[in-house]
Design a protein around this ligand. Structure first.
Ligand code: 5RP
Length: 219
């Protein structure tokens, strides 16, 4: 089974958590793209979606799924999204696709976060994947220096502008043994929009695509 086939299996498995008559929170990335394809098969049953990126919005709309602005909804039943890494507590690194801030906002509105990944994303300690940080452009150098003080090696993601008009610093060589504390420290730096650590709002349900099928875990 290829990695993409495992992503597809996880994406389609998330359909089970979609309830009739609801607005579904939709993340960003190649695994979520499979979920969006699956969601199309139930589009007559749902009211629509709230999307975490321009890319997902375009895909949803192309498939005839109505996209609501996040300000139009007070609560979502579920939010379905992928991750770059997830640990045993369901803390995640996200933002490989640069959509971390909007992902965090939609996740915050949702009652249940359904994380869909292939089995290469499961780790003991977060940090092997470079940690994305969305930064206001004028703060780039300052934040870079502060991230070095926190023990990381930040690298400017060349040529990437987020949907919010900001830049991304990817922080290499972090061993994140206390994800909540690290999330707080980085988010507190002036100029950081958000860090791609999802520890305060981690996943509730984990669907892992593996060669022998999809494994389901619930907190
Ligand atoms: C985008 C994300 C994605 O969820 C993460 O990068 C995983 O992507 P993929 O499903 O393509 O492996 O956080 O900002």
């Amino acid at each position: 089974m290829t990695q993409d086939e495992m992503k597809k299996a996880a994406g389609w498995a998330a359909l089970e958590y979609v309830k009739k008559g609801t607005i579904v929170g939709v993340g960003t990335g190649s695994t979520v793209n499979h979920f969006i394809d699956a969601l199309e098969t139930r589009k007559e049953e749902i009211k629509g979606a709230v999307s975490s990126s321009i890319a997902s919005t375009e895909r949803l709309e192309q498939l005839g799924i109505k996209v609501f602005d996040a300000n139009e909804v007070s609560s979502l039943d579920i939010y379905v999204d992928g991750a770059d890494e997830i640990n045993a507590d369901y803390d995640m690194i996200k933002g490989g696709g640069a959509a971390l801030t909007r992902e965090k906002i939609v996740a915050a509105i949702a009652k249940t976060f359904v994380c869909i990944v292939d089995d290469t994303k499961q780790v003991d300690v977060l940090g092997q994947f470079p940690l994305p940080v969305e930064v206001i452009p004028m703060a780039r150098s300052y934040i870079g220096r502060e991230l070095v003080k926190l023990g990381g090696d930040p690298v400017y993601r060349q040529g990437v502008v987020t949907d919010n008009g900001n830049i991304i610093l990817d922080v290499y060589n972090m061993q994140i043994t206390n994800p909540k504390e690290m999330e707080d420290k980085i988010n507190a730096l002036p100029g950081v929009v958000t860090v791609g650590l999802f520890a305060h709002r981690g996943a509730d349900v984990l669907l892992v695509g593996a060669p022998d099928g999809v494994k389901k875990f619930e907190k």
